[in-house]
Design a protein around this ligand. Structure first.
Ligand SMILES: [Zn+2]
Length: 212
């Protein structure tokens, strides 16, 4: 499953696309609709412990914790469980990161998501209307998976709280985030990067930066 110490992400993409195809629901359907089409209905239930989702071997249902009250989180968990079930049939060892990449490919199918990025010029607010079951951060992370050297960051109270790269934020990002805090949307070009940022609910700022 790994290649040169890294996961074979292309394989994860193929598995995700295959699960979607098998369901025949089309690209604009959430993972729960895919699960239902594959006779894996989703049930929201209290789950003991800290688990967010659960499947019982031999049972068709995908159980999602009622503690997960954000719809996009539930949809991502459904996609993750679909990925895990698919792998369980083939491999005894399952890596969470690999399952998450398959889940992302189910959540936001590569060809359609990439063409929507072009059509909507990376405007996260417009993209969110098109892919309402994907969280802001899932969309931003997916952009970084599909566009080389792209970085996504989440900011709260003017500090980065997560980042898809271990580097310090580029100056273009800091400028775009600063502008977004005031105007709701920021854009900056500096030192070979273009950064875009959006002020979301609850003072969160989402940033995406791409090389130019
Ligand atoms: Zn898992």
């Amino acid at each position: 499953m790994s290649r040169g110490g890294l996961f074979d992400w292309e394989l994860a993409e193929k598995i995700g696309a295959k699960i979607r195809e098998k369901s025949k629901v089309g690209p604009h359907a959430p993972p729960s609709a895919i699960a239902l089409a594959l006779s894996r209905p989703v049930r929201v239930r209290p789950i003991p412990g800290k688990r967010q989702a659960l499947t019982i071997p031999g049972e068709p249902h995908i159980l999602i914790s009622s503690e997960l009250d954000y719809w996009p989180r539930r949809e991502f968990s459904v996609a993750h469980e679909l990925a895990e079930s698919e792998l369980q049939e083939k491999s005894p060892k399952i890596h969470e990161a690999f399952c998450d990449r398959i889940a992302a490919a189910i959540l936001l199918p590569r060809p359609e998501f990439l063409s929507s990025l072009v059509t909507h010029a990376l405007d996260m607010r417009e993209l969110r209307q098109l892919w309402p079951w994907a969280s802001w951060s899932a969309m931003a992370r997916r952009i970084t998976e599909l566009m080389p050297n792209t970085i996504a960051t989440g900011w709260h109270n003017a500090k980065p709280t997560w980042r898809t790269s271990s580097n310090d934020p580029f100056s273009a990002e800091k400028i775009a985030v600063g502008v977004a805090c005031i105007d709701g949307h920021g854009r900056a070009h500096k030192e070979g990067r273009m950064a875009l940022a959006w002020l979301l609910e609850s003072q969160w700022v989402l940033g995406v930066s791409i090389p130019t």
